[in-house]
Write a protein that binds this ligand. Structure first.
Ligand SMILES: [Fe+2]
Length: 224
């Protein structure tokens, strides 16, 4: 919760991490993305970006639909529901796995594998729709493991992934519309051994490595 919104009751209940209390690694990410949204005024863009994304996902031949089809076999046997879209924003800065700022889109009913984040910290803000988080033991190694905690985050909610806490999760879009979130990453300053991959549990229950890649945002925006 942004510290500017904290009242006496929130202080007493202790249900949130307040932004001013965030460790330095998170604080930079949080401040940079807290104002981000998907939909700006139609008067400026001519179309709601969420409408353009939905159309591109649902229409055969459009870039997002094509990319999802390409990724359907990316985590083992073909599974279109096990696909999602990562659209990087900006360049690699050498202090996170891949590009630090990523617009992540899960079509309705889609989910990620159980995966960790290469020991990086992350801030995740839901920009459109809602997403269900399942949090696992950091060193989980079987797809049938029980999550330690589950919760749903709605548009505007911000959550975090720590080097040691909440590092391993699975995301599911249980809603009837797409979900878009911005996910951003950096390593701890003390972390000098950078692991560039996200590790995930493949369909055959082996740990596998995934290089965080993406669509090119300029190409994507043009086609949208
Ligand atoms: Fe993740």
């Amino acid at each position: 919760m942004d510290s500017s919104k904290v009242n006496l009751f929130y202080l007493d209940e202790g249900n949130y991490i307040f932004s001013a209390s965030l460790p330095v690694a998170y604080r930079e990410l949080y401040e940079n993305i807290k104002g981000c949204c998907v939909n700006y005024s139609q008067g400026v863009t001519g179309v709601l970006l969420s409408d353009a994304i939905r159309y591109s996902i649902e229409t055969k031949g459009c870039i997002l639909n094509t990319r999802l089809e390409e990724k359907a076999s990316g985590f083992g046997k073909r599974d279109i529901k096990g696909t999602y879209l990562r659209i990087t924003l900006g360049q690699r800065l050498g202090k996170s796995p891949g590009v630090p700022y990523v617009l992540e889109i899960l079509p309705k009913g889609h989910y990620s594998p159980v995966h960790n984040h290469g020991n990086a910290n992350a801030i995740i803000k839901v920009l459109f729709g809602s997403i269900h988080f399942m949090i696992y033991n950091k060193h989980v190694c079987a797809t049938d493991s029980k999550p330690l905690k589950e919760f749903s985050a709605m548009k505007g909610d911000i959550t975090c992934v720590d080097r040691n806490w909440y590092q391993t999760h699975k995301l599911i879009n249980k809603s009837n519309d797409l979900c878009a979130s911005i996910q951003c990453y950096n390593y701890d300053l003390e972390d000098k051994t950078h692991w560039p991959y996200f590790d995930y549990i493949s369909n055959n229950e082996n740990m596998a490595e995934c290089m965080p890649d993406s669509l090119d945002v300029v190409k994507c925006m043009k086609i949208l």
